[in-house]
Write a protein that binds this ligand. Structure first.
Ligand code: DQA
Length: 146
């Protein structure tokens, strides 16, 4: 079983970037932790970050070819802007969990709307880096239950 963890723009800056919103954990630390969490359950976790909408869309298309069973995605700022990324996920029909480090509902109004939430199996926000762990745990349980 393979699970893809996708990170959108500026998440490569985690650790440095607005720690009051996003915490101090680096993206590399988050990814290594998720890979280990998957390995402990015989699940291959593949991680990918891009600042480019095009690359994220292409990665989602490739996920279909690779038979990725589940996606965990933090679309970052594309959450609030990208019909194209939404359409990519809808197109490949791979189930996904949407994750945000910060509680987007406690922030600016423009962060309250997501182009992804109604398609997602579920949404986790405001729990920091742990949100990814919970999302991955959920996805692994889903796959094991099949
Ligand atoms: C974010 C929230 C978004 O509003 C923001 O643009 C991000 C990160 C989060 O993880 O809290 O880049 O998705």
């Amino acid at each position: 079983d393979k699970i893809l963890v996708l990170h959108g723009p500026n998440l490569n800056l985690l650790g440095l970037r607005e720690p009051q919103h996003y915490g101090n954990t680096t993206l590399d630390a988050i990814n290594q932790n998720l890979i280990a969490q998957g390995a402990a359950q015989q699940v291959e976790v593949i991680t990918f970050q891009s600042n480019r909408e095009y690359e994220l869309i292409e990665r989602i298309h490739a996920a279909y070819q690779e038979q990725i069973a589940y996606i965990v995605i933090n679309p970052a700022a594309f959450t609030h802007t990208s019909v194209a990324l939404r359409d990519a996920l809808a197109g490949v029909k791979i189930p996904f969990v949407e994750v945000h480090l910060s509680n987007v509902h406690a922030r600016e109004a423009f962060r309250h709307h997501s182009y992804f939430s109604d398609l997602a199996t579920g949404v986790i926000c405001g729990l920091g880096a742990q949100g990814y762990e919970y999302a991955l745990n959920f996805a692994i349980n889903k796959l094991k239950a099949q």
